[in-house]
Design a protein around this ligand. Structure first.
Ligand SMILES: [Zn+2]
Length: 444
């Protein structure tokens, strides 16, 4: 067989679970074959991937509360990649490949092994399956009951990145209002709203008034096991009259508007103010082939998330543009983490600055952003989450009518029909009102 280009590992993350931890490796395509086995003295899990390379360094993994002590990699048999997970005690390892949901992935469940001799786990080699067919390698965990125990369904994790911080104040509005303070306040409101909602959990990338270089922000989100990252800003524009909220996703090519270009340049300068080098000019991982290959699926999710958030924000705020704009923001350049940048308003506009400083408006903005996030995940819930389970099983799903909703947009969002919605809710007619809660019928 002719040699083909190597498979690329584009992302890795470690998520603590009740039974131990889950290591997720994402690829541009599934490796031709892989092998997972455990070794002892010292305890470790070895993952061999045929014809595979790292697109980026594995980075450090969040290991608190798990038996995982670290992760390292090396070349194996010339063209292969060996990943070694170092453990502080014996664990079993079970691999599942997923090809269906956008990004090909290998999930390795690491389960604490508390008793019995430190028997070596069976070694299994499997071929890459056809698209969409999960294939598990031995040893298998005990079959999970249906529906799965609540603890087995993980929360969707939202990383919230409050822009600027520390020596970088961001934009400064009339009365000396600082963007870094406004966006941290909104971010904390947003975290509160997310954490109160079952099935969701939020992590703040920055929790106080200090600076984090732009390229490190997605890395922090990834280490926390985030499914998406929201960067929160409240910027200035050279036209004082500019007003309204905007949502941005990454563009590799050119900015979709003059404002988008101006803001991207401003935000990217943040690294210079913050005292670090401009990483986006130096990081080879942010350029070229790797991004082109890997960004598409992530960007599609970012654009869908962005349009839902923008629509939801339209109910509490004027919009600057009715569409998600695209520009080259460094903080959005994650090949494997859907990310959007939310401009909550222009701090350079005196009226808007007044609203942005108001706690009530901050809370309404946070609520609207989260409504948009929920609408995105109602359609695209990550596998293994409680929200995905609810979508499949129609258990307890409700939708609160927002401005702009119609029965047909709601039906589309939940994969049901207008007639079913009317029947399920005992509606007299197709008339709905803002704030009304609809019960969503199960989809199967
Ligand atoms: Zn900003």
């Amino acid at each position: 067989m002719p040699a083909t280009a190597a498979t690329l590992v584009q992302g890795s993350r470690l998520i603590p679970t009740d039974a131990g931890a889950r290591l997720e490796l994402s690829f541009d395509r599934l490796p031709a074959s892989h092998k997972i086995f455990t070794l002892d003295h010292p305890d470790r899990v070895v993952i061999d991937l045929a014809d595979t390379k790292l697109a980026r360094a594995l980075g450090t993994v969040a290991t608190a509360g798990t038996a995982v002590r670290g992760i390292r990699s090396g070349v194996h048999q010339g063209t292969g990649l060996r990943i070694v997970v170092d453990l502080s005690g014996p664990m079993t390892a079970t691999g599942t490949t997923l090809a269906a949901a956008g990004q090909p992935m290998l999930q390795i469940e690491l389960h604490n092994r508390n008793r019995g001799p430190a028997a070596r786990a069976a070694t299994t080699a499997i071929q890459a399956p056809g698209a969409g067919q999960p294939v598990a390698s031995a040893p298998r965990p005990p079959p999970s009951p249906s529906p799965p125990a609540r603890g087995a369904q993980r929360d969707i994790v939202i990383a919230i990145d409050a822009g600027h911080g520390g020596q970088d104040p961001g934009a400064i509005g009339p009365n000396g209002l600082r963007e870094k303070q406004v966006v941290l306040a909104i971010s904390k409101e947003l975290k509160g709203a997310i954490d109160r909602e079952p099935g969701y959990r939020a992590v703040l990338v920055r929790t106080g008034d200090y600076f984090i270089p732009l390229a490190q922000r997605p890395a922090i989100a990834r280490r926390a096991g985030a499914d998406v990252m929201l960067s929160i800003h409240a910027d200035a524009f050279h036209r004082v009259g500019a007003h309204g909220a905007s949502v941005y996703a990454l563009s590799q090519k050119r900015a979709t508007s003059e404002t988008a270009k101006y803001l991207a340049e401003r935000e990217n300068r943040s690294d210079l103010i913050g005292g670090s080098v401009a990483l986006h000019d130096k990081d080879p991982m942010l350029a070229g082939v790797i991004l082109d290959l890997s960004m598409t699926a992530t960007l599609n999710h970012s654009l869908h998330l962005g349009s839902q958030v923008l629509t939801a924000m339209g109910s509490v705020n004027k919009l600057h543009k009715n569409q998600v704009e695209q520009a080259g923001f460094v903080v959005l350049k994650s090949p494997d983490l859907p990310s959007i940048l939310v401009e909550t308003g222009f701090i350079s506009n005196p009226q808007e600055a007044g609203r942005l400083a108001d706690a009530g408006h901050q809370r309404r903005l946070a609520g609207a952003i989260f409504n948009g996030v929920k609408r995105h995940f109602a359609v695209h819930p990550p596998d293994g989450t409680r929200i995905a389970w609810q979508r499949r099983n129609g258990s307890g799903r409700t939708h609160v009518i927002d401005r702009g909703d119609t029965l047909s947009t709601i039906a589309e969002q939940y994969d049901t029909s207008v007639n079913q919605l009317i029947r399920h809710n005992g509606l007299d007619s197709a008339v709905i009102r803002v704030g009304q809660t609809l019960k969503i019928p199960g989809s199967s």
